[in-house]
Design a binder for this molecule. Structure first.
Ligand code: 13P
Ligand code: SF4
Length: 303
């Protein structure tokens, strides 16, 4: 904090001057999460918050698809991305052509695309979903078969709970796919009291070992509600650090798989973006209009 305090103060001052708000994902480092964010949350909460922003400028502390979602929902506002290279292995795994390929393979089946996709992929899809509402969205689709893109594990985890046949694109998250059920079993054998909380981007085998599976906000809520003596968050490692101060009674086991994309966002880059107003996210108007339909349908079904 001693080192970062001048950056935090400068960013918070500039936010006022620029009429900006900072929307930050739960995976941001604690200096961003606690020091400069106006709103923190999972992808769904951040998308909903983006529909409520009154400020002229949104600074997205997260990855590029999140900034695109904010821009899609706010075409007239300036959306700043502190580092344009903050991508996502899922978003990079599929293009709009991939969605069309799935439609050709499964004629008539609706396409549910994870928000971890580009605006072009959202525009080619019928509706979006996040980890918080994927099952609910799939269940709301007409017909027996639903196409999910691009996360194979989220799709398999949904399929295990759904009455629908779920077919999917074979993408994966480079952070969550690293966790193995074997590691979790070994940890539980060593520490039987631990509560294991997993993100649905993990494999179905990992999810089967978990005491609870949910979005990042879902996991945080579960820990607040249950206050287990020991918790292991099977997700990106900044999250345990961000919430541990407010939960002193919980002992967090901290496996650390870091998202290299999320970690591209730093205080220095946020300050630079706000100072120079560079890193403005643009989405072509036609693409944005079609993507907005898919995102807004999801939000309407999630309220
Ligand atoms: P949440 O929507 O659960 O926050 O997940 C976003 C993400 O990128 C997880 O890896
Ligand atoms: Fe993408 Fe995985 Fe990083 Fe989330 S944690 S942004 S899904 S690579």
């Amino acid at each position: 904090w001693a080192i970062h305090a001048p950056y935090v103060a400068a960013i918070n001052r500039l936010k006022k001057e620029r009429n900006a708000v900072i929307l930050a994902h739960n995976y941001m480092t604690p200096d961003i999460y606690h020091g400069i964010a106006d709103h923190v949350g999972d992808s769904l909460q951040l998308a909903i918050k983006a529909t409520e922003v009154e400020a002229e400028v949104i600074v997205q502390c997260g990855v590029h698809f999140m900034a695109e979602t904010s821009k899609i929902l706010n075409p007239a506002k300036t959306v700043l991305m502190p580092d344009m290279a903050a991508g996502c292995s899922l978003a990079e795994s599929i293009t709009a052509e991939g969605v069309e390929e799935m439609r050709r393979r499964y004629p008539g089946a609706p396409v549910v695309s994870y928000v971890n996709t580009t605006a072009e992929v959202k525009a080619a899809s019928d509706i979006c979903c996040t980890s918080a509402n994927a099952l609910q969205i799939v269940e709301a689709m007409e017909g027996d078969t639903v196409i999910m893109t691009p996360d194979r594990y989220l799709a398999q985890n949904v399929a295990n709970q759904s009455s629908k046949k779920v077919v999917f694109w074979p993408g994966s998250c480079i952070v969550h796919e690293l966790y193995t059920a074997e590691d979790l079993r070994a940890y539980r054998a060593h520490d039987p009291e631990v509560k294991i909380l997993a993100h649905p981007e993990c494999t179905p085998e990992v999810v089967a070992e978990a005491d609870f599976t949910g979005s990042t906000a879902g996991i945080i809520k579960w820990v607040h509600d249950h206050k287990p003596a020991k918790a292991m968050l099977v997700t990106e490692c900044s999250m345990a650090t961000n919430i541990s101060d407010e939960l002193p009674e919980v002992d967090f086991a901290r496996p650390c798989n870091m998202c290299p994309y999320m970690k591209k966002i730093t205080l220095e880059k946020v300050l630079y973006a706000l100072h120079t107003m560079t890193g403005q996210v643009e989405v072509e108007a036609g693409v944005a209009a079609r993507a907005r339909v898919a995102v807004e349908k999801m939000i309407a079904l999630s309220r």
